[in-house]
Design a protein around this ligand. Sequence first.
Ligand code: AMP
Length: 412
Amino acid sequence: MDCAVQNQLYLSFNFQPMRTINDIAFTNKKALIRVDFNVPLNENLQVTDDTRIQAAKPTIIKILEDGGCCILMSHLGRPSGKEEKFSLRHIVPKVSEVLGVHVKFAEDCIGESVRETAESLQPGEILLLENLRFHSEEKEGNEDFAKELAALGDIYVNDAFGTAHRAHASTAVIAQFFPENKCFGNLLASEIENVNKVLKDGQAPITAVIGGAKVSSKITIIENILDKVDHLIIGGGMAFTFVKAQGGSIGNSLVEDDKMELALEILDQASKKNVEVHLPIDSVIANEFSNDAETKTSLINDIPNGWMGLDAGPETNKLFADVVLKSKTILWNGPVGVFEMPSFAEGTIHIGNAIAQSTKDGAFSLVGGGDSVAAVKQFKLSDKVSYVSTGGGAMLEMLEGKSLPGVEAILN
Ligand code: AMP
């Protein structure tokens, strides 16, 4: 079916045009929207955090205001077959409340009954389909299943950033059935746009703050960003692999011995690419991995046996903040200490505050991927940085420079 392209306002991802919901007229159209409503439920099967529903709201409301109707599809949890506790029926009241519109519910996501309900949907109405993962074909990327889903709508909108790195039936395979009528929702578009603000159009000096537990889980990100950044701050548990590789004594701190050679290679590559690497100078060390452990401050390369570095020390905090404060673009992925324990949260709070200050001074800051997102939420910094990504795995893959199947399917 036809859809009118309202304007040629394209964003770009990997230099390809990117069509969003703002380029399509949804009047009297049925928008089939892949959302990420994989929300946490309590034991009474009530939604305990509606962030993901809130995040999809702008796309849904825009389409309704255009005079279209919305058929929402999502997964919830990891069901094996039709498990009642994973039914999306449980979230219908919350979705209705957040959107301010009564939401109808379909008992399944494919089949005759849902086709009839979808067919009769009127402009302004919303239908939520049952959990896509009640059918194993969803994760298998089954084409017939995708085709059945596709038959429900006129226009396919992907707004599920959290699953954009998966080549599932509803996130990628389905797009081929809408060759002319597919686009990005607002959330997915803004995630891509904000990554591009760092990796593609970032204003120098560009700084990446990479922390967290392990070098092994961050190595691909580091390799990808070395061509793009001016400063690389390495903090958290992963820093100790670098320190030990350089001959430092790290006591019982976290280390990946088999990654020490790689760490030296990264430092070498960074220097060849004129990237200034900033490693911690000192550390708050503890005699056990516990919030109540005995603690003291030590030079980063002189940690006694029996002690482990669990947070950045005061000199490191100053150094990292200085670098962040003179940056114009900042990417933050991973805490610089065991921030979940108050005794070792200071370093992460310190760098979070520095990023907030730098943002206030005009820098662009992106917090993406896993635990640094949890940290900015915990320390109430979400509103003080430019953008907090909503997708863990998907954001990591973008930072690693990988193309996401959910994104490619719309672009191609
Ligand atoms: P990641 O998911 O790789 O970003 O790692 C995040 C985890 O790294 C958090 O749970 C932190 O507690 C942990 N972490 C940060 N610094 C350290 C450290 N010095 N030693 C052990 N774990 C750390």
